[in-house]
Write a protein that binds this ligand. Structure first.
Ligand code: GDP
Ligand code: MN
Length: 360
């Protein structure tokens, strides 16, 4: 599960890693309001892919009016197949120096690997190829862990001294702490910068291990639990148990889920509509399977949400609805021209078949 930059930065903040002042905006007007309090700002498209700078998703503006105008353009964009739905509006830092810091998992060796680079901001792979001497890699032995002296070793390699050295050491230690505690497979700051004489994380990227998502709750008051997988069937379900059962059934029948989104209990039509648009926006999704077992969740609300989103969705839908207000829900969907399945296995079979057809 890739967290968006602003979600990652919230976690950074929780762990005491300094980030630029900023707020999230969902509309040009909101972006303008935030800019009013920050002066010169940078508008950053929130999409789950890297390289936004090069793709035109990072823009600098110098007035609230310009922020509104540019935000409108950005919110109209697609970056590498992802629609931009939110912008992070941040104070523009006067960057003096850019570094890289990142922790990943070396799966073959079963170890975490901490990498820092004296040069940052661009692709780390590029730096590794062109100037490997600028990079220091530290393998972390699971049992021996990562200690303050490791962090100091990395910070000193970056050529830092004085207060910046202390600040960076603290940031690197916190980055490791959150990497471990949040079950991350990647925790990355690119670039880590010196601005106004201090260290900041100008960008943030956290990827959480999909197998651990159930014990991590990134959904409180934020986005719905969303997990990205590698197949082509988009899935919308209610409840973690049904999510697992749906994934297992699809796999068992020879299909591959592309992602799934859990709308939780008692979701209204607005949540369903949002969920459908989100899952449909993934470029790998060829068909969307909606598997809902109504308890607190009402099937008629689900059906309304589907109908409301349907005009914007071109991908085939397979709907399985059971439970509370099932009759009403089925009726709403029937009128809109959708067939509804009662049986989950059948619904999965149809979705797999549709995905195959669409793939050819
Ligand atoms: P990415 O392209 O998706 O990795 O997005 P980043 O957040 O890393 O931004 C890309 C680049 O824009 C950075 O490497 C910086 O050079 C630049 N940038 C981002 N934020 C700021 C800022 O506040 N001030 C300045 N001067 N540059 C910034
Ligand atoms: Mn970056």
């Amino acid at each position: 599960m890739n967290l968006l930059e602003y979600e990652s930065k919230r976690i950074f903040q929780e762990y005491g890693i300094p980030i630029p002042k900023g707020k999230i905006a969902g509309s040009p007007e909101e972006a303008g309001e935030i800019a009013e309090n920050l002066g010169e700002v940078v508008l950053k498209a929130q999409v789950q892919v890297g390289g936004r700078g090069k793709a035109g998703g990072i823009k600098f503006v110098s007035s609230p009016e310009e922020a509104v105008r540019v935000a409108e353009e950005l919110l109209d964009m697609q970056i590498k197949g992802f629609k931009v739905e939110k912008l992070l509006v941040e104070e523009k830092l006067k960057i003096e120096k850019e570094f890289y810091a990142g922790i990943t998992v070396d799966r073959a060796k079963g170890k975490a690997v901490f990498m820092v680079s004296r040069e940052g901001g661009v692709d780390i792979e590029e730096i590794a190829k062109k100037s490997p001497e600028k990079i220091l890699t530290l393998k972390i032995h699971t049992l021996r862990d990562f200690y303050p002296y490791h962090a100091r070793e990395l910070a000193s390699f970056l050529g830092l001294s004085g207060e910046n050295f202390k600040q960076a050491s603290k940031v690197l230690l916190s980055l490791y702490k959150l990497f471990k505690e949040k079950d991350a497979t990647l925790a990355e700051i690119n670039p880590l910068v010196i601005a106004n004489g201090r260290i900041y994380a100008a960008d943030a990227k956290i990827v959480v291990d999909e197998d651990a998502w159930f014990r991590q709750d990134f959904s409180k008051g934020k986005d719905l639990p969303y997990v990205e997988l590698s197949g082509n069937i988009g899935c919308i379900v209610n409840g973690a148990g049904l999510a697992m059962a749906t994934m297992d059934t699809i796999k068992h029948l020879g299909g591959e889920p592309a992602n799934f989104l859990d709308i939780g209990g008692g979701a209204g039509s607005d949540v369903m509509e949002k969920a459908l648009k989100r899952v449909a926006s993934h470029p790998n999704v060829r068909v969307i399977l909606i598997n809902i077992l109504g308890g607190i969740t009402r099937c008629d609300e689900i059906a309304k949400g589907i109908v409301e989103a349907s005009s914007e969705i071109e991908k085939p839908l397979v709907v399985r609805l059971r439970g509370t207000k099932e009759k009403e829900g089925v009726e709403i969907l029937r009128k809109a021209g959708y067939a509804v399945e009662r049986d989950m296995i059948k619904a999965c079979e149809i979705a797999i078949a549709r995905a195959k057809e669409a793939g050819e």
